[in-house]
Design a protein around this ligand. Sequence first.
Ligand code: NAD
Length: 283
Amino acid sequence: MDERRIGVIGAGTMGNGIAQVSALAGYDVTMIDVDDAALQRGRDALQSSLARMVKKGTLAQADADAALQRVHGSTELQQLRGAHLLIEAATERLELKLRILRQLDELADDGAVIATNTSSISITQLAAVLRRPQRFIGVHFFNPVPLMALVELIRGLQTDDASHAAARRFVERVGKTAVDVRNSPGFVVNRLLVPMINEAVFVLQEGVASAADIDAAMKLGCNHPIGPLALADMIGLDTVLAVMQVFYDGFNDPKYRPAPLLKEMVDAGRLGRKSGHGFYRYD
Ligand code: NAD
């Protein structure tokens, strides 16, 4: 098993970001996706991100070139044999993740750690399909990966200390700060952030204040860099609603009920920036 080799499954927004920070830290990365077009999109995104860093003067051209050389793409999971860490960052669908994890379990070396970047699925539930659930852990990066300093390290019920320590070494080596979290819906950041956004929608719905004033209040009154409703538009209202639903179902607690206005906006296709209209209009 090669301590310098890692695998990333999924070359999308998160996967190519994780590949980028890993390659910059000196890891050889194999990035897997379903077809060559998806791999190429991932590689293009990674390359433009490196180019932006070079342009800003935060990265030398030679280091960017070397990092790009360390990232290999493949559509074959078998190419991941021998890697010491495998990070699943594919589309957020339970069935898909279970299928990928079963395949990774088949091919991974006994000492390898298998990780997932899931935002909302239980680490313990995913671990249950593995022969060695003790070697499985959540490594939750934030978007955009190259810029965000935090990684939540989420231990499932059966994650062992050695896997946790190996994941922590990786996170520190890629220059991020890890916080330790026990498996629980939304982990820490989304557990606090998304109900706050949901509450902002209740405040709007009740006519307590306008969208612009709610956002101004939180920016100027709490020094938040962006207001909760503008942030909801950035994340996508469908995603915010899906996360609230995970909390509502996961805790069986009415305090997590999604705001009716949030549901209505999703029904109307007002999803935020990506649809051009959410709490604000985007032209
Ligand atoms: P994305 O849609 O940008 O990328 C997902 C990629 O997975 C796509 O390229 C898709 O082709 C690929 N994929 C699908 N099936 C696959 C398979 N069988 N094998 C290999 N690749 C496959 O999604 P994303 O935003 O990068 O999210 C990935 C994961 O990261 C999800 O679990 C998500 O919850 C989590 N996450 C996302 C964010 C975010 O802000 N986008 C933040 C933290 C965590």
